[in-house]
Design a protein around this ligand. Structure first.
Ligand code: ASP
Length: 317
């Protein structure tokens, strides 16, 4: 483990992996390691954020991310309020900034925001006085997902540096892929992007990654295979011939995994499309699949982010 936990976290918001240094990432991962242990105890509650208010503002639907942030805030003792688009004034025509100003006037300490537009969370952060965490903005970034993926990998493999990580499927529409590419390359992993040219444009090699359009080549000797959902809600036009054909060429099966390392770990951020990007029997294999570990690590990572971002506030009190 690193000695990162001794240094302060120098950021006011968590808008993406892009602004984080290697040390910032290790600081959050080390902090999260401690929360994994806490979450396994029968008594999980701390009073660290007592008196602080966290609002989860989700303009786009979510099950695991919102629940995970809610649990994380509650386990640290914060008052947590969930606002989803169906119950908000957005439906009545209020703009993003109106919503930001309205919430700001209620003096929250942390806002967790998910929005369908890339950049919307950063825009909102400029208009509020509290810490803002990006819970996923368009196809831009999903920093807590990349952090929880890194924590899962580090705990299962003991390291990240030098591992071959194949991220497969719909890269072009995926904020998860973007945040993971940034984080994993910063921590020294060898990242490969694998999928059809429509979803994995060769220009992505500019991120310092390998690009493959053939699963056998992309998965060869991989330590980690990270499958991504086909994000049809972000597709304009046709990117794949049919889901059946997509599964045949790019869906993860035992057969395709044969070329990876024998101890390969399979990951998926969820929600999964079984029989489209991944065969259900691979996803459910408790020895190879780390999909439920990812969910567990998600709560711990979000606790670490809430802890780190509210430290200055708590120290000033
Ligand atoms: N849950 C992840 C996200 O919000 C991945 C996905 O939706 O496919 O980006």
């Amino acid at each position: 483990m690193s000695d990162g936990a001794a240094r302060p976290f120098p950021h006011r918001h968590l808008l993406g992996i892009e602004p984080l240094s290697r040390e910032d990432i290790l600081f959050l991962l080390d902090l999260a390691d401690g929360y994994v242990e806490l979450n396994r105890r029968p008594e999980k509650k701390l009073g660290l954020l007592r008196g602080l208010t966290q609002i989860n503002l989700f303009f786009e639907s979510s099950t695991r991310t919102r629940t995970s942030f809610e649990l994380a805030g509650k386990r640290l003792g914060a008052d947590v309020v969930n606002m989803s688009v169906s119950t908000s004034a957005i439906k009545k025509g209020e703009t993003l900034l109106d919503t930001a100003m309205t919430l700001n006037a209620m003096h929250p300490d942390v806002l967790v925001v998910r929005h369908a537009d890339s950049g919307a969370v950063a825009l909102l952060a400029r208009h509020v006085a509290c810490a803002v965490i990006n819970g996923g903005d368009g196809r831009h970034e999903h920093p807590t997902q990349a952090l929880l993926d890194a924590l899962t990998i580090r705990r299962r493999k003991g390291r990240i540096e030098g591992l071959i990580v194949a991220i497969c499927g719909d890269i072009v529409h995926s904020r998860v892929a973007r945040s993971n590419i940034l984080l994993l390359t910063r921590l020294g992993a060898r990242v490969r992007l694998v999928g059809p040219p429509t979803l994995v444009p060769p220009a992505l090699a500019a991120y310092g990654v390998e690009v493959h359009h053939d699963m056998r080549r992309g998965l060869r000797d991989a330590d980690i295979v990270m499958m991504l959902r086909l994000q049809t809600e972000r597709m304009r036009g046709s990117f794949v011939p049919s889901t059946r054909e997509y599964f045949r060429r790019y869906g993860l099966t035992w057969e395709k995994l044969e070329v990876a390392r024998p101890d390969v770990l399979v990951m998926h951020p969820g929600p999964m499309n079984r029989g489209v990007e991944i065969d259900g029997v691979v996803a459910d294999d408790i020895h190879r699949s780390a999909i439920l570990d990812q969910v567990e690590m998600g709560v711990a990572v979000r606790m670490a982010c809430l802890d780190a971002l509210t430290r200055r506030l708590r120290e000033a009190a």
